[in-house]
Write a protein that binds this ligand. Structure first.
Ligand SMILES: *Cc1c(COP(=O)(O)O)cnc(C)c1O
Length: 375
């Protein structure tokens, strides 16, 4: 028997599937939607998300490291699994054993794969990562044709795809994405016809803001989980059907206490009550993903109303001001992320308080708490 925690992350499978269908529609029927499930599916749980998306028709997944890809396969996830961050030579065999697809960015990796392919009398398809201006992983466009020539000389290895990544696709009015896309488009014909290599460069921002860049495949991450990469602005700018938040996070009140005016609260007494105050003590701290940078800033929902954190967030505890909320008692539900009554707190709002982005909030909450899946 698993003993439940006070804190619970809920993951809505129906919202996830809604987003998947919406994004596949936006990308267009010629484009295969690849689901980015790195970072344990942005905190939503890679295995459950992978299986749910499989059932919804998704046949392509992306992860950072090979250990994630092996775990996905072992959980029975079907379709293509792309590993984006390369691999150490000792792991090459795993691509063959588990039918995984490496994304490569150096010829040394291709040689290792070739040797393994020859040893097994097998073949492997790879995707090549090109850096068209992100200045992160990848070979430069000028190196591409030479790279492809070297690759084609290696037995057992075939180039199946070409990938790049946009740094500013979340900015709908930036000229950077069209410019980078132009550079990317020039590369594919080098290897032959346009259709020979699967081309993919679009992330969520590009699927939503520059759908013409979707090509053969588009890689959706944050949008699958219900958030716009440009945050609240993107949510407001959306004119069509909206994405739905997949995650919510709730806890409960542990103790209610009344304190006088002028009393210091929590470590360092960084917060001093300015009136007689009723505090609710919550079993929530930075260990649960509630970043310490949210001290005296974050709000949570209690009885359908907003209550602000008072003072420092501790490792496992924090205090919120419930003076103006009638009847708060130990055991009351507290919503940190999501809806309660008519109120709603989104990961974008929390990210705003933290000086971060929704991506980080989802990883923090999702990967540090027990998750419950709701169909
Ligand atoms: C994480 C990632 C994505 C997805 O980005 P989102 O902004 O979350 O859609 C796409 N491609 C690569 C290479 C990534 O690392």
């Amino acid at each position: 028997m698993t003993v439940p925690s006070f804190n619970r992350v809920n993951v809505s499978i129906s919202a996830l599937c809604h987003n998947y269908r919406l994004l596949q529609n936006r990308a267009g029927e010629k484009t295969t939607l690849l689901a980015m499930v790195k970072a344990d599916a942005y905190g939503h749980g890679m295995l459950r998300v992978g299986r749910a998306l499989n059932a919804a028709g998704c046949r392509c997944f992306g992860v950072a490291e090979i250990c994630e890809a092996v775990a996905l396969r072992e959980a029975g996830v079907q379709g293509e699994i792309l590993v984006f961050l390369g691999f150490s030579p000792g792991s090459a065999a795993l691509f063959f054993d588990h039918d995984l697809t490496p994304v490569i960015f150096d010829i040394a990796s291709a040689r290792v794969l070739s040797q393994e392919a020859v040893r097994r009398g097998s073949e492997i398809a790879v995707h090549v990562k090109v850096d068209c201006g992100m200045t992160r992983l990848g070979i430069y466009p000028e190196e591409f044709s030479g790279f492809m020539a070297e690759l084609s000389a290696l037995p057992g290895v075939t180039a199946r795809g070409i990938a790049s990544h946009f740094p500013r696709a979340d900015e709908a009015d930036s000229g950077n994405t069209p410019e980078q896309f132009k550079r990317f488009r020039k590369l594919a014909p080098v290897a032959g016809s346009d259709s020979e290599l699967l081309r993919h460069t679009a992330n969520s921002g590009a699927i939503l803001n520059f759908p013409e860049t979707c090509c053969d495949m588009a890689r959706a991450g944050i949008s699958l989980y219900g958030y716009y990469p440009d945050g609240i602005a993107g949510q407001h700018a959306e004119e069509g059907e909206k994405l739905q938040a997949v995650m919510s996070f709730s806890s409960q009140v542990l103790q209610v206490k009344d304190v006088a005016e002028g009393v210091g609260v929590s470590y360092g007494h960084s917060f001093i009550t300015s009136r007689p105050t009723r505090l609710a003590v919550l079993p929530l701290g930075y260990e649960d993903g509630l970043s310490r940078s949210l001290s005296s800033r974050a709000e949570v929902l209690v009885r359908g109303r907003r209550a602000r954190v008072c003072g420092r967030i501790c490792m496992n505890l924090c205090m919120v001001d419930v003076t103006d909320i009638e009847g708060v008692a130990a055991g009351d539900e507290v919503v940190i992320l999501g809806r309660q009554g008519g109120e709603c707190i989104s990961a974008d709002e929390i990210a705003g308080w933290m000086g971060s982005i929704s991506y980080e909030v989802l990883c923090l909450f999702g990967n540090n708490n027990e998750r419950k899946y709701i169909e």
